[in-house]
Design a protein around this ligand. Sequence first.
Ligand code: NAP
Length: 168
Amino acid sequence: MLTFVWAEDDAHQIGYQGKLPWQLPADLRHFKQVTWGHPMVMGRRTFTSLPGLLPGRPHIVLTRDPAFGRDEASQQLTVVHSLVQLEELIASYGGKTVCVIGGATVFEQFKGQVDCLEKTEVSGVFQADTIMPELSYDQFELVHSEAHQADASNHYDYTFKTFMRKRG
Ligand SMILES: NC(=O)c1ccc[n+]([C@@H]2O[C@H](COP(=O)([O-])OP(=O)(O)OC[C@H]3O[C@@H](n4cnc5c(N)ncnc54)[C@H](OP(=O)(O)O)[C@@H]3O)[C@@H](O)[C@H]2O)c1
Protein backbone atom coordinates (compact mmCIF):
# COMPACT_ATOMS: atom_id res chain seq x y z
CA MET A 1 0.00 0.00 0.00
CA LEU A 2 1.35 3.39 -1.00
CA THR A 3 0.77 6.19 1.51
CA PHE A 4 1.53 9.89 1.04
CA VAL A 5 2.56 11.68 4.23
CA TRP A 6 2.83 15.45 4.13
CA ALA A 7 1.76 18.78 5.59
CA GLU A 8 0.44 21.70 3.59
CA ASP A 9 -0.86 25.17 4.33
CA ASP A 10 -4.14 26.78 3.21
CA ALA A 11 -2.57 27.48 -0.22
CA HIS A 12 -1.35 23.84 -0.64
CA GLN A 13 2.23 24.95 -0.06
CA ILE A 14 4.74 22.51 1.43
CA GLY A 15 8.27 23.89 1.27
CA TYR A 16 10.48 26.96 1.36
CA GLN A 17 14.19 27.13 0.51
CA GLY A 18 14.64 23.42 1.00
CA LYS A 19 12.87 23.29 4.38
CA LEU A 20 9.37 23.22 5.79
CA PRO A 21 7.74 26.68 5.82
CA TRP A 22 6.69 26.30 9.50
CA GLN A 23 7.78 24.83 12.78
CA LEU A 24 5.17 22.48 14.20
CA PRO A 25 6.57 19.92 16.65
CA ALA A 26 3.22 18.12 16.93
CA ASP A 27 3.32 17.39 13.21
CA LEU A 28 6.87 16.03 13.44
CA ARG A 29 5.64 13.64 16.17
CA HIS A 30 2.68 12.67 13.99
CA PHE A 31 5.03 12.09 11.04
CA LYS A 32 7.20 9.82 13.18
CA GLN A 33 4.17 7.85 14.36
CA VAL A 34 2.71 7.41 10.86
CA THR A 35 5.99 6.45 9.18
CA TRP A 36 7.56 4.37 11.96
CA GLY A 37 8.67 0.95 10.73
CA HIS A 38 7.76 1.65 7.11
CA PRO A 39 10.10 2.30 4.18
CA MET A 40 10.07 6.00 3.26
CA VAL A 41 10.45 7.08 -0.37
CA MET A 42 11.70 10.61 -1.00
CA GLY A 43 13.32 12.86 -3.56
CA ARG A 44 16.94 13.88 -3.13
CA ARG A 45 16.01 17.43 -2.08
CA THR A 46 13.73 16.19 0.68
CA PHE A 47 16.42 13.78 1.87
CA THR A 48 18.90 16.65 1.99
CA SER A 49 16.47 18.65 4.12
CA LEU A 50 16.44 15.99 6.85
CA PRO A 51 18.79 16.33 9.82
CA GLY A 52 20.18 12.88 8.89
CA LEU A 53 18.84 9.34 8.68
CA LEU A 54 15.73 9.06 10.84
CA PRO A 55 15.68 6.01 13.10
CA GLY A 56 13.39 3.03 12.64
CA ARG A 57 12.64 3.54 8.95
CA PRO A 58 14.46 2.52 5.76
CA HIS A 59 15.12 5.54 3.51
CA ILE A 60 14.76 5.21 -0.26
CA VAL A 61 16.10 8.25 -2.12
CA LEU A 62 15.40 9.06 -5.75
CA THR A 63 18.12 10.97 -7.61
CA ARG A 64 19.61 11.15 -11.10
CA ASP A 65 23.07 11.72 -9.63
CA PRO A 66 25.01 8.45 -10.03
CA ALA A 67 27.47 9.47 -7.30
CA PHE A 68 24.85 10.33 -4.70
CA GLY A 69 25.06 8.38 -1.46
CA ARG A 70 28.30 6.57 -2.31
CA ASP A 71 29.98 7.96 0.80
CA GLU A 72 27.00 7.30 3.00
CA ALA A 73 26.94 3.50 3.07
CA SER A 74 24.17 2.44 5.43
CA GLN A 75 21.72 -0.43 5.57
CA GLN A 76 19.07 2.19 6.19
CA LEU A 77 19.67 4.03 2.90
CA THR A 78 18.86 2.83 -0.61
CA VAL A 79 19.51 5.14 -3.55
CA VAL A 80 17.55 4.63 -6.78
CA HIS A 81 18.12 6.43 -10.06
CA SER A 82 14.91 5.99 -11.99
CA LEU A 83 11.19 5.64 -11.51
CA VAL A 84 11.30 2.12 -12.97
CA GLN A 85 13.93 1.06 -10.44
CA LEU A 86 11.88 2.65 -7.66
CA GLU A 87 8.66 0.93 -8.72
CA GLU A 88 10.45 -2.44 -8.77
CA LEU A 89 11.70 -1.82 -5.25
CA ILE A 90 8.24 -0.81 -4.02
CA ALA A 91 6.76 -3.96 -5.63
CA SER A 92 9.33 -6.06 -3.76
CA TYR A 93 7.64 -5.04 -0.49
CA GLY A 94 4.66 -7.13 -1.61
CA GLY A 95 1.83 -4.80 -0.65
CA LYS A 96 3.24 -3.72 2.71
CA THR A 97 2.88 -0.04 3.55
CA VAL A 98 5.43 2.19 1.84
CA CYS A 99 5.36 5.89 2.75
CA VAL A 100 6.06 8.49 0.09
CA ILE A 101 7.18 11.59 2.00
CA GLY A 102 7.81 14.04 -0.85
CA GLY A 103 8.70 16.40 -2.15
CA ALA A 104 6.43 17.81 -4.81
CA THR A 105 8.25 16.12 -7.71
CA VAL A 106 7.86 12.67 -6.15
CA PHE A 107 4.24 13.21 -5.10
CA GLU A 108 3.54 14.25 -8.70
CA GLN A 109 4.92 10.97 -10.07
CA PHE A 110 2.91 8.77 -7.67
CA LYS A 111 -0.37 10.67 -7.36
CA GLY A 112 -2.12 8.30 -9.76
CA GLN A 113 -1.29 5.20 -7.74
CA VAL A 114 -1.37 6.34 -4.11
CA ASP A 115 -3.79 4.37 -1.87
CA CYS A 116 -3.79 6.41 1.35
CA LEU A 117 -3.25 10.08 2.16
CA GLU A 118 -1.95 11.14 5.57
CA LYS A 119 -2.31 14.87 5.31
CA THR A 120 -1.72 17.59 7.86
CA GLU A 121 -3.50 20.85 7.13
CA VAL A 122 -1.61 23.75 8.69
CA SER A 123 -3.75 26.83 9.16
CA GLY A 124 -2.39 29.95 7.44
CA VAL A 125 -0.54 30.92 4.29
CA PHE A 126 3.24 30.86 4.66
CA GLN A 127 6.16 32.11 2.59
CA ALA A 128 6.87 29.15 0.31
CA ASP A 129 8.29 28.06 -3.03
CA THR A 130 7.07 24.47 -3.31
CA ILE A 131 3.45 23.47 -3.82
CA MET A 132 1.69 20.13 -3.40
CA PRO A 133 0.51 18.71 -6.74
CA GLU A 134 -3.24 18.75 -7.17
CA LEU A 135 -4.85 15.52 -5.99
CA SER A 136 -8.25 14.15 -7.08
CA TYR A 137 -9.95 14.13 -3.69
CA ASP A 138 -13.19 12.88 -5.26
CA GLN A 139 -11.37 9.53 -5.67
CA PHE A 140 -10.70 9.35 -1.91
CA GLU A 141 -12.81 8.97 1.19
CA LEU A 142 -12.03 10.89 4.37
CA VAL A 143 -11.80 8.24 7.11
CA HIS A 144 -10.31 10.25 9.96
CA SER A 145 -10.02 13.90 10.92
CA GLU A 146 -8.51 15.33 14.08
CA ALA A 147 -8.40 19.08 14.63
CA HIS A 148 -5.97 20.76 17.05
CA GLN A 149 -5.74 24.32 18.30
CA ALA A 150 -2.51 26.28 18.40
CA ASP A 151 -0.71 26.14 21.74
CA ALA A 152 2.53 27.31 23.35
CA SER A 153 4.66 24.88 21.27
CA ASN A 154 2.59 24.78 18.09
CA HIS A 155 1.78 28.29 16.93
CA TYR A 156 -0.79 27.41 14.27
CA ASP A 157 -4.02 25.43 14.25
CA TYR A 158 -3.60 22.12 12.43
CA THR A 159 -5.71 19.12 11.42
CA PHE A 160 -4.59 15.56 10.77
CA LYS A 161 -6.63 13.89 8.02
CA THR A 162 -6.55 10.35 6.63
CA PHE A 163 -8.06 9.56 3.24
CA MET A 164 -8.37 6.12 1.60
CA ARG A 165 -8.76 5.61 -2.14
CA LYS A 166 -12.29 4.51 -3.02
CA ARG A 167 -12.43 1.04 -4.53
CA GLY A 168 -14.80 -0.34 -7.16
N1 NAP B 1 5.42 19.86 3.90
C1 NAP B 1 5.79 18.61 3.67
O1 NAP B 1 5.16 17.67 4.16
C2 NAP B 1 6.99 18.33 2.83
C3 NAP B 1 7.32 17.01 2.48
C4 NAP B 1 8.45 16.80 1.69
C5 NAP B 1 9.21 17.86 1.24
N2 NAP B 1 8.85 19.12 1.61
C6 NAP B 1 9.62 20.28 1.11
O2 NAP B 1 9.58 20.26 -0.29
C7 NAP B 1 10.82 20.77 -0.81
C8 NAP B 1 11.50 19.71 -1.65
O3 NAP B 1 10.61 19.26 -2.66
P1 NAP B 1 11.02 19.28 -4.20
O4 NAP B 1 9.80 18.94 -4.96
O5 NAP B 1 11.71 20.57 -4.47
O6 NAP B 1 12.14 18.15 -4.31
P2 NAP B 1 12.09 16.54 -4.07
O7 NAP B 1 10.91 15.95 -4.75
O8 NAP B 1 12.29 16.25 -2.63
O9 NAP B 1 13.45 16.11 -4.79
C9 NAP B 1 13.60 16.36 -6.16
C10 NAP B 1 14.76 15.54 -6.67
O10 NAP B 1 14.43 14.13 -6.66
C11 NAP B 1 15.08 13.49 -7.73
N3 NAP B 1 14.09 12.91 -8.63
C12 NAP B 1 12.77 13.22 -8.74
N4 NAP B 1 12.18 12.43 -9.68
C13 NAP B 1 13.15 11.61 -10.17
C14 NAP B 1 13.16 10.57 -11.14
N5 NAP B 1 12.05 10.19 -11.80
N6 NAP B 1 14.33 9.94 -11.37
C15 NAP B 1 15.46 10.25 -10.69
N7 NAP B 1 15.50 11.24 -9.74
C16 NAP B 1 14.36 11.90 -9.49
C17 NAP B 1 15.95 14.54 -8.42
O11 NAP B 1 17.17 14.54 -7.70
P3 NAP B 1 18.58 15.03 -8.31
O12 NAP B 1 18.44 16.52 -8.53
O13 NAP B 1 19.58 14.66 -7.27
O14 NAP B 1 18.78 14.25 -9.61
C18 NAP B 1 15.16 15.82 -8.12
O15 NAP B 1 15.93 17.01 -8.23
C19 NAP B 1 11.64 21.16 0.41
O16 NAP B 1 11.39 22.51 0.72
C20 NAP B 1 11.07 20.25 1.49
O17 NAP B 1 11.29 20.77 2.79
C21 NAP B 1 7.77 19.37 2.38
